[in-house]
Design a protein around this ligand. Sequence first.
Ligand code: HEM
Length: 457
Amino acid sequence: MTARPPRRAALPPGPREPAALSTARLLWWPMESLLRWRARYGDLFTVRLLAFGVGVYVSDPDEIRALFTGDQSDLRAGEANSPLSPVLGERSVLILDGPEHLRHRRLLLPSFGGAAMPGFREVIREVAEAEVARWRVGERFVARERMRALTFEVIVRAVFGVTEPARIERLRGRLVALLDMAPLFLMPEVLRRDLGGWSPWGRFQRRLRAADALLYEEIARRRADPDLDERADVLSLLLRARDEAGEPMTDRELRDELMTMLLAGHETTATALAFAFDLLPRHPDVLARLRDELAGGDEAYLEAVVTETLRLRPVIDSSERTLTRPRTIGGFELPAGIRVYPAIALVQRRPDLYPQPEAFRPERFLDGRVEAYAWLPFGGGIRRCIGAGLAAAEMAEVIRTVVTRVELRPTRAEPDRVVLRGITLAPQHGTPVVVEALASGRSAAARGSAPAPTAAR
Ligand code: HEM
């Protein structure tokens, strides 16, 4: 790690090129650009980006620890997420800052604690087994799309607590139609005008109202459910939760948080799984060991595969904070208004922390030790991902179900390139795969009773 330089007022060095060029590099070659800038300018560098302005990337774990511990009242994150407010609402934990943000976090966090995990795992296993049972040998699909359908259902069942298939499909129809309009959220304020059903913003407003009507209906149904006190899904827990003043969450707050968990939790997890299904078959030794360990009833290697996938292929390249007061980071006195990016993707590629950082080697995590500020795919501090436990459980259960039932072979010769899609890093083609039968002797591996897929008709 770097020795602390003396305090300097200037911004850290960085690429001296138009913001449009740095933005284009980050969109199309995110990992290559970030790694090149770090190699050239060091652990702290300044980049100018369209729409985001001046930002400083930080890839020294000690500096990130300083940002994520202690007083963080000078670091705003909600403000940076405000383009999402038309869909998330103003009362979303992602949008709020300060004491209101903390109030929402305290209400939400207990629903995602250790006690919730066995229930989450049961739901995930059911959804994953049903999904894989539908696959046919020879079938081709884009892994990210199938995983998106799967992670959507997990959120609707485990978080919303909706289990009737017809209601799940109704929610899917209306919510996916809305979330598919996400690129619109980046539209400048002046173009956000409802000019009727044919204008983009008008269409968005209609889809939003249709989706909201269903969300409020689910909230009302749950409030009236005579079994509310016994239910373990997140919505039921939130309906029973009280803040420090003894107040429950309002319907508006509940609606905003349901939408937030869906938006923050389903595409991210689907993308992480698509990355896993690109990496595993390209590392046959890892895949073979994973199957052997699962057949022997050992879970440690599966957990290590999840941890290593999130290290090498993080879905979010960096956290994001806006300084409300000047702050000294790495010897530079950064002014208020600057964005600071704790660079998840760069820290996780440091050769001093991870020898041969480009290699996919789950063994490095087999001792179960993960350093908090060296491995941070879920960010950190008072904004650390609320669904981290659910996401990791989802990855483990889905990977287990898939590798013990079928062979998913990527159809592209080369590993899928990592690009920036919206705010997430994603495989450029979503990992196209073909379903193949397991080599004989493998299909009985590990537990479970779902049949191996039959040949395509
Ligand atoms: C592999 C899947 C996922 C990844 C990689 C991921 C990553 C992240 C990251 C990097 C942040 C920002 C942390 C920061 O600013 O320091 C975040 C925030 C958040 N995530 Fe996730 N996430 C995932 C899945 C989920 C799931 C399944 C849920 C909920 C069901 C969820 C809910 C949230 C929420 C509510 C926040 C905002 C927390 C706050 O602002 O206080 N995420 N996530």
